[in-house]
Design a protein around this ligand. Structure first.
Ligand SMILES: Nc1ncnc2c1ncn2[C@@H]1O[C@H](COP(=O)(O)OP(=O)(O)OP(=O)(O)O)[C@@H](O)[C@H]1O
Ligand SMILES: [Mg+2]
Length: 142
């Protein structure tokens, strides 16, 4: 699907969120896209739709940011940026197995392709592409 603007991307992210349902384990969403493709903007759209009012920025240096949620089906939004992770083993530092085991967690990971092997089966994959002509978004799962 074409995305004409950041506003439309965020709206689309909100629509995507509304369709997620809580499972037996965490809901994991992997974002794939080149530098500047709109990964963080997508997370901002999700965060806004969850009622998060503080500004969401890329957790490039802290690796992970956690937002507590009230009045939402999920208990917390966990935003991870895998850009600086040196492979799957570094996710373990974030207590990964505990995070993905908790059904109240909504985990959104930028640069998911860098840690694909650590992502559980059923992870939703959101791919963002951009060229001079157009920006697109497509959905799949692991
Ligand atoms: N669909 C869009 N239309 C127009 N501008 C967009 C769109 N998506 C993102 N942008 C703009 O592109 C820039 C980069 O977006 P963003 O930070 O979300 O990308 P990113 O994929 O997270 O980048 P990084 O790889 O650095 O993490 C921002 O200025 C954002 O406003
Ligand atoms: Mg980003």
């Amino acid at each position: 699907m074409h995305v004409e603007s950041v506003e439309q991307l965020k709206e689309e992210a909100g629509n995507f969120l509304q369709k997620l349902t809580i499972g037996e384990k965490a809901t994991v969403v992997g974002l794939i896209g080149e530098l500047g493709a709109g990964k963080t903007s997508f997370v901002q759209g999700v965060a806004e739709a969850l009622g998060i009012t503080e500004s969401v920025t890329s957790p490039t240096f802290v690796l992970e940011k956690i937002y507590q949620l009230v009045d939402a089906p999920f208990g917390q939004l966990i935003h991870i940026d895998a850009y600086r992770l040196d492979g799957e083993h570094e996710l373990k530092q974030l207590d990964w197995d505990t995070l993905i085991g908790n059904p109240k967690n909504l985990i959104v990971i930028e640069w998911a392709d860098r840690v694909m092997r650590a992502l559980p089966e059923g992870t939703r994959i959101v791919t963002l592409t951009h060229s001079k002509e157009s920006r697109d978004i497509s959905y799949g799962s692991k």
